[in-house]
Write a protein that binds this ligand. Sequence first.
Ligand code: XBP
Ligand code: MG
Length: 255
Amino acid sequence: MSEKLRALLFDVDGTLADTERDGHRVAFNRAFAEAGLDWNWSVELYGELLAVTGGKERIRHFLERYHSGFEAPPDLAGFVAGLHAAKTRHYVRMLTEGGIPLRSGVERLLKAASTAGLRLAIATTTTPDNVTALLASTLGEEGAALFECIGAGDVVPAKKPAPDIYLYVLEKMGLDPAECVAFEDSENGLRSALGAKLKTIVTTNDYTRGHDFGGAALVVDRLGEPGEPFELIDGDPAGAEYVDLDLVRRVHGHQ
Ligand code: XBP
Ligand code: MG
């Protein structure tokens, strides 16, 4: 690849932070209870439901696939949107209360990239409010300002694994995919990034460990830190023990 590395593009859920099991899942359950519904998404069931990205889409998938006996109200879209708005309120409150830290190595890499003059962006299916709340609660009020573009939620109609959110961010920033490296944690996210022709580094988590990451440039279990090395799953880390800018540049194709 001959292009210079100019930007790093990050997924949020599962990549910047382990938000799904103890964050989104719990917030969905709180919203269901508040609405008087007896639905409870267990850790295991939620792992299956994650096959569908987007909270509103996930609720509909649950109704169709796991709870088809439910007598849905006539305005199903409004019903789902209401539940999802309550879920977002619960989730943002959990973050504001400091519930979820960034994953190993994330803050280090973001700050190193920013200092080195690389451009940073976010490409996620989650709701924009969730992103700003996570960045504020972990990096402080100026956290969101690290990112030049935050592509999130319903800004594109087709969520991951469609490439649309990455294409949206690339277009907004006037970047060619060959100038970027993407960071993802899931198969849906990787498909989305690869669909936008992005070289992609995958950091797995408990929910995504068994996914098919064929096509990823590097697969590790975390970015890691000095003294807290990643476990290599696939790819050539060139002797590195944690993901730093040198390794990202190597992955991209430059020293
Ligand atoms: C994240 C999602 C989101 C979150 C919930 O996927 O699929 O739907 O689970 O957030 P990715 P919302 O990490 O690939 O962006 O309820 O706001 O959709
Ligand atoms: Mg993700």
